[in-house]
Every structure is written in structure tokens, then in C-alpha cells.
Design a protein around this ligand. Structure first.
Ligand SMILES: [Zn+2]
Length: 216
């Protein structure tokens, strides 16, 4: 489903994260991998995958990284994540047991950092390091259209939980303050529905009384 011109969402099934595909070039998060065949079919129906060049994990949790191996074997493109979450993924400490699955050991090909810019044909994407839900959580901001792909840092009506390994409540607050410096019109979160408008209002509200979501 195209949620914005050039941005497709494969909505998460069950506990899976949403998968986003930006400009046919960047695939964000890979779900648990449990529904890989369906994900693959949906993606192939909607998109020309030949231009895909990079997989980005917004953070280490299994519901966002469990599909890494299957997606990389299929697409043959590198996987990138923030250094602070890289070890969790490479050591298989991704909380797979919470999903009654066995962790997969997958190497990360590239590290992405705060302020990195990733260009696609139509978008200039900025990487924002937003620790709190995990130490290496990142968001992707597109300034021209004011789009934020937020992983589990920010949802439609709540912020990400901070009680899992690498999580930190104060860091999450700092990260929300940081996000509020950006004008955000479209929010594409790691779980649940996209949100249009009112995103900065939501962030300000969360900063006064921080509601965190239960999902991983
Ligand atoms: Zn998470």
C-alpha cells in the first residue's frame, strides 16, 4: 500500500513490525520473518525490487530484525543499523524468545550514524539517532515532505517502551525533544497506523506525561 508517493507500507502481521519501502530503494525493518513469504509476495506485487539497495533496521528487536536473513538472501543488499544496536543483532540477543522463536545470528554490513544522509532518486533522507526505546534506535526524516519513519520511538498515540535491554527513559525524553525540533507532517511508525498532522502536538503532549506503548 502506498502511504505517500514513493513510500510503501507492508503492514505488520500479528506482532511483526511494519515494513516500509522508500523510493523502491530502501527497505526499513524486516518483521520477525515468520510471514516472509507473504511479505515477499506483497512487495513483488507492489514494487519493482530491482532498485532496492539497502535494508535498514530501526533497532535490534526481533519483530524488526527477525526477517533480516531471509530478506538479505532474497534481495542481496547490505543491512545497516546503528552501532549501539549492532551487537545485539549479531549476537542474536534480539528478544526472539518473546515471540517464541529462536534468535538468528545475522551480521550487519554497515553502521549508520546520526546526521547521515541517504539519497534516493526522489528523497534526501536524514538519519536521526533517537535512543531510549533501545540504545541504537534511529528514525529517518525526510525534510521536503516532512516525513518521519519512527521505528518504535514514536507511535500514533504513544512513545516506545523503555524497559527492555538498552532502553532508557531519560534518553527517550531527550529523543522526543530532539524530534520535536523537526516539523513532522507524516508519521510512519514501526507498528500501527500512519498519522497525518498533529505529530508535533503529540510529541509535546507525550513530553508532559509520557505514555509508552506495551509493544516491543
Ligand atoms: Zn522495539
Amino acid at each position: 500500500m502506498e502511504v505517500f508517493k514513493g513510500i510503501h507500507i507492508i503492514p505488520g502481521i500479528a506482532h511483526d513490525s511494519n515494513i516500509y519501502i522508500i523510493d523502491n530503494e530502501i527497505l526499513v525493518d524486516t518483521g520477525t520473518g515468520e510471514f516472509f513469504h507473504q511479505n515477499r509476495r506483497d512487495i513483488e506485487q507492489a514494487l519493482d525490487i530491482k532498485r532496492l539497495k539497502l535494508i535498514i533496521n530501526t533497532h535490534y528487536h526481533f519483530d524488526h530484525t527477525g526477517g533480516n536473513k531471509k530478506f538479505r538472501d532474497w534481495l542481496r543488499v547490505p543491512i545497516a543499523t546503528h552501532a549501539a544496536d549492532k551487537d545485539f543483532i549479531e549476537r542474536g540477543r534480539t528478544l526472539a524468545e518473546s515471540f517464541h522463536q529462536v534468535a538468528k545470528i545475522v551480521t550487519i554490513d554497515k553502521e549508520i550514524r546520526d546526521d547521515d544522509v541517504i539519497n534516493t532518486e526522489n528523497f534526501e533522507l536524514s538519519v536521526l539517532h533517537t535512543p531510549g526505546h533501545s540504545a541504537g534506535s534511529i528514525c529517518i526524516y525526510e525534510p521536503q515532505n516532512k516525513i518521519l519513519i519512527s521505528g518504535d520511538t514514536l507511535f500514533e498515540s504513544a512513545a516506545g517502551r523503555t524497559d527492555l535491554p538498552g532502553g532508557n527513559y531519560n534518553e527517550l525524553k531527550f529523543s522526543l525533544e530532539k524530534l520535536d525540533k523537526y516539523n513532522i507532517q507524516y508519521l510512519f511508525p514501526g507498528h500501527g497506523m500512519p498519522k497525518t498532522g498533529g505529530v508535533n502536538f503529540l510529541i509535546k503532549k507525550l513530553l508532559t506525561s509520557l505514555d509508552t506503548a506495551a509493544m516491543i
